[in-house]
Design a protein around this ligand. Structure first.
Ligand code: ADP
Length: 398
């Protein structure tokens, strides 16, 4: 079975084609600047040279067509015809309260997705456009939606309700949803395998630390709390996002600086986080470099970041009444031993001990805790595309 995984943004489209026999990636790629001058498709067939097609990609329909052409191209392709593709799995950002697991897409699902668009105005409309483009261009091919929010639908009310008038939850569905669910689910399942324990009998804290970051408390295989909320803005200090902040700061700043809601939103989402504190970059590599060269604001940014992660790990150990294992994943979590060290140095009270040699390694799933560590610490590369392909296959098999 061959499954195409799509991740559509407002002007981009990422894809991977999987052969599910051995779960191998046949090709992957990215369409950029869809509908904007200078658009291009970068196609990376496994075992062949990468290739760039720079035809204008007018809209997502055209982009999907070009992706299929690239996949079936005589020279750069990996399948003979589109007919070999059995299904498409879509990453969908927001499933609201409608979806607690992946689903085969039909008209009712699309209607629910449209209703969720208000909750994720930058993402869901683009996801829907991708779905409709595939319906047009690959008629009859099954499509599956896999949601960033679904894994967190098991959070209890005490974790998801905000303490604002209840009518706003009723009226607008304002509550905490959480994101990165596909990643938290994947790495927590993998962690249980590495611990050789039944997933249903574990207390795992997963730290997805990339450009955006979130932590999840996974008790007995279910998300019981996570740091992102109504939107991905809540929680940790991120590359450019502020994370938790006293809401009064927002009204104060809007009045002082005469800011519109959009301008305020832009500051909190695009100009804050470690970029905002350091003034250097949103990329942790640049900030680590600046800090090593004596930039005090860069050092402060890293410290604020690590402290916040450590505080949330403590909170989730309390929420679960214990923790067996802490997992680091995503760009920063997988690659930055120094950040993992900064975070784990706060966790001595939990009996966390890091093994310096293992912590300096990279690129594979591994344990970085020392043998005497009371809580085991793992690094597990995330693979959201593989989860999407697996869910798609499972729903099709049914
Ligand atoms: P996204 O949230 O965009 O998917 P990723 O999970 O790819 O992000 O993570 C990207 C971030 O990971 C980069 O911004 C960078 O800060 C960080 N990162 C990647 N590699 C390293 C590294 N070797 N050292 C420190 N930080 C890294």
């Amino acid at each position: 079975m061959k499954i195409l995984v799509l991740n559509c943004g407002s002007s981009s489209l990422k894809y991977q084609l999987f052969d599910m026999e051995e779960e191998t990636v046949l090709a992957k790629g990215l369409c950029e600047r869809i509908g904007i001058e200078g658009s291009r498709l970068k196609h990376q067939p496994t075992g062949k040279e990468d290739v760039i097609f720079d035809d204008y990609l007018e809209d997502h329909d055209v982009a999907v067509k070009k992706v299929l052409e690239a996949l079936t191209n005589a020279e750069h392709g990996v399948v003979k015809s589109m007919k070999e593709i059995n299904a498409v799995g879509h990453r969908v950002v927001h499933g609201g309260e409608y979806f607690s697991s992946s689903v085969i897409i039909d008209d009712a699902v699309k209607e629910a997705l449209e209703k969720c668009s208000e909750l994720a105005p930058l993402h869901n409309p683009a996801n829907l456009i991708g779905i409709e483009a595939c319906e047009k261009i690959m008629p009859g091919v099954s499509q599956v939606g896999v949601f960033d929010t679904a894994f967190h639908q098991t959070m209890p009310e005490r974790a998801y309700l905000y303490a604002i008038p209840y009518e706003y939850y009723d009226k607008y569905k304002i509550r905490r949803y959480g994101f990165h669910g596909t990643s938290h689910r994947f790495v927590s399942e993998e962690a249980a395998k590495m611990l050789d324990r039944p997933y249903e009998q574990t207390k795992i804290i997963t730290c997805h630390l990339g450009n955006g970051g979130s932590i999840c408390a996974v008790r007995n295989g279910k998300s019981i709390d996570t740091t992102m909320g109504f939107t991905p803005l809540e929680g940790l200090v991120m590359g450019t996002r502020a994370g938790d902040i006293d809401a009064a700061v927002i009204t104060f700043l809007m009045q002082k600086e005469n800011l519109t809601p959009q301008e305020m939103d832009n500051i909190l989402n695009k100009k804050s986080g470690v970029l905002g504190i350091s003034g250097v970059s949103s990329d942790f590599r640049d900030i680590e470099d600046a800090s090593e060269h004596g930039n005090l604001r860069a050092e402060a940014a890293l410290d604020v970041f690590a402290y916040k992660v450590a505080k949330n790990i403590g909170a989730y150990a309390a929420a679960m009444n214990g923790v067996d294992c802490i997992v680091f994943t995503a760009g920063l979590g997988e690659n930055s031993g120094s950040t993992r060290r900064l975070i784990c140095d706060y966790l001595g009270y939990l009996g966390v001990h890091i093994d310096s040699y293992s912590n300096s390694l990279r690129g594979k799933a591994m344990e970085i805790s020392a043998p005497d560590s009371r809580v085991r610490v793992l690094v597990i590369p995330t693979n959201e595309e593989l989860v999407i392909a697996r869910d798609t296959k499972e729903l099709l098999d049914k």
